[in-house]
Ligand binder design. Structure first.
Ligand SMILES: Cc1cc2nc3c(=O)[nH]c(=O)nc-3n(C[C@H](O)[C@H](O)[C@H](O)COP(=O)(O)OP(=O)(O)OC[C@H]3O[C@@H](n4cnc5c(N)ncnc54)[C@H](O)[C@@H]3O)c2cc1C
Length: 405
């Protein structure tokens, strides 16, 4: 029995050391459980691109002991057309700022920096690298995770955090049903002087999005930028990346063309084709539950996939606080509470993000011209963004069960 915990110390296996798995591991460890985090790669290797994390995500990271000071740079997000005309400015919410004890809403940083901060507070030996999960076997009293090397570990709770092509989810829910979202994303970052700080743009031409946001790179101001374009499943890219992106940005408002010129494309540019899966109504079956992309991959239009994975890990442990994980009834109650807290919320975010991708990249002409005229000349886009995305996320921040800062 852990003296800090009123419930017995139980065993939790987490599959996948992405942001969701790392967060779940930290949260269950802090709740007093015996945790092992299994990762199939030889180490924890965060993808090198940049990421935006919002106040609720930073708040739960801090609640798990992660040092978030000087981790990222914040800015106000503006939507513009490709010539720089302002369409919408996402306001900050003073109540959310007060609750978090932090200014702003989104913070830009390198994924690797966020992951390093999580690893800095991870107890030694908790992560088992080079362990590829193969399958699990469940009885009423336990669930056993089996690995490709023939080893296994019996636990009270198994958490699938193994990303969009999750082996754990496949065994639990059957075929994943992944479908292509009709877009691909180029994500890059660079150092570039004379840029406005504390502001980021999401700007659109008729079919392409090009955007930037301030980040911190090893304490120094830098900038992430990304470009979203329509793309079909199976379409090959074998061109020159610099030429491709520079061509796209010809004629766009400053600073976007300058950012492409300042980028080291060999080392600091990444390409993703975006896939989603059909929404699930529940993420928990018996002694198995999930976090992150394994159950809700999301288009980058939400800027929230890593963030939601981290929040999931924290909420999963929170929902099971006080439950004896060995007892099936207590476990079921906690997992049902977790599902209520997270499933509808993340499904809604994934759906809205996918629709935004369609709206901006797959709307046929002349509807796309009409769309742009409406967004250029009316407040509709701002109203849509506040209603569909910001309102719920801010409510989440305002009601987060954490100590006030
Ligand atoms: C272009 C783009 C931009 C994005 N921008 C943002 C953003 O601004 N903000 C944001 O919050 N999110 C963003 N995201 C989303 C974010 O990167 C993902 O949602 C996030 O990484 C999901 O985390 P995860 O832990 O669920 O899964 P993953 O990060 O995919 O981690 C899964 C882990 O499981 C391991 N694994 C897989 N199979 C096995 C197995 N069989 N055995 C053991 N280990 C296994 C993998 O090696 C991996 O380490 C973006 C995504 C894209 C594509």
């Amino acid at each position: 029995m852990n003296p800090a915990s009123p419930v017995p110390r139980r065993r939790v296996a987490i599959i996948g050391a992405g942001p969701g798995g790392l967060a779940a591991a930290l949260a269950f460890h802090r709740a007093g459980h015996e945790v092992r985090l299994f990762e199939r790669q030889e180490g924890v290797r965060p993808l090198g691109g940049a990421v935006l994390l919002s106040l609720p995500v930073l708040s739960v990271l801090r609640d798990m002991g992660v040092d978030i000071r000087e981790l990222g740079a914040y800015g106000v997000t503006e939507f513009r057309n490709h010539r720089g005309r302002l369409r919408a400015r996402l306001p900050f919410n003073p109540r959310a700022e007060a609750r978090a004890g932090l200014p702003g809403w989104h913070y830009g940083m390198l994924r690797s920096a966020a992951v390093e901060r999580m690893l800095a507070v991870m107890p030694p030996g908790l992560i088992r690298a080079g362990k590829s999960f193969a399958r699990y076997a469940e009885t009423a009293d336990a669930v056993t995770a089996h690995f490709d090397d023939g080893s296994h570990w019996e636990v009270d709770l198994l958490v699938g955090a193994d990303g969009i092509r999750s082996t754990v989810a496949q065994q639990t829910f059957g075929e994943l049903g992944l479908f292509h979202c009709g877009i691909q994303v180029w994500l890059a970052w660079c150092h570039c002087d004379d840029l406005p700080r504390e502001v980021g743009w999401i700007s659109h031409s008729r079919t392409v999005q090009a955007s930037f946001f301030p980040i911190l790179h090893e304490g120094r101001p830098a900038v992430e930028w990304w470009l979203v374009e329509p793309w079909n499943e199976g379409q090959r890219f074998d061109g020159d990346v610099r030429a491709h992106l520079t061509q796209h940005l010809r004629g766009w408002a400053d600073p976007l063309p300058r950012l492409a010129a300042a980028t080291d494309f060999e080392r600091h540019c990444f390409r993703w084709e975006i896939y989603n899966r059909p929404a699930l109504a529940s993420w928990s079956r018996g002694r198995v539950s999930f976090v992150g992309d394994a159950v809700h991959p999301v288009s980058p239009y939400a800027a929230y996939g890593m963030g939601m994975a981290i929040e999931d890990g924290w909420w999963l442990a929170k929902s099971l606080e006080g439950a004896d994980l060995a007892r099936r009834d207590e476990l079921a109650q906690g997992l049902a509470a977790y599902d209520r807290q997270r499933v509808a919320y993340t499904n809604k975010n994934a759906k809205i993000a996918r629709h935004m991708g369609h709206l901006f990249h797959r709307t046929p002409w002349p509807l796309s011209a009409l769309r742009d005229a409406v967004f250029d000349h009316t407040p509709l886009l701002e109203a849509m963004l506040v209603e569909n995305y910001l309102k719920d996320a801010e409510m989440q921040m305002e009601t987060l069960p954490i100590a006030a800062h």
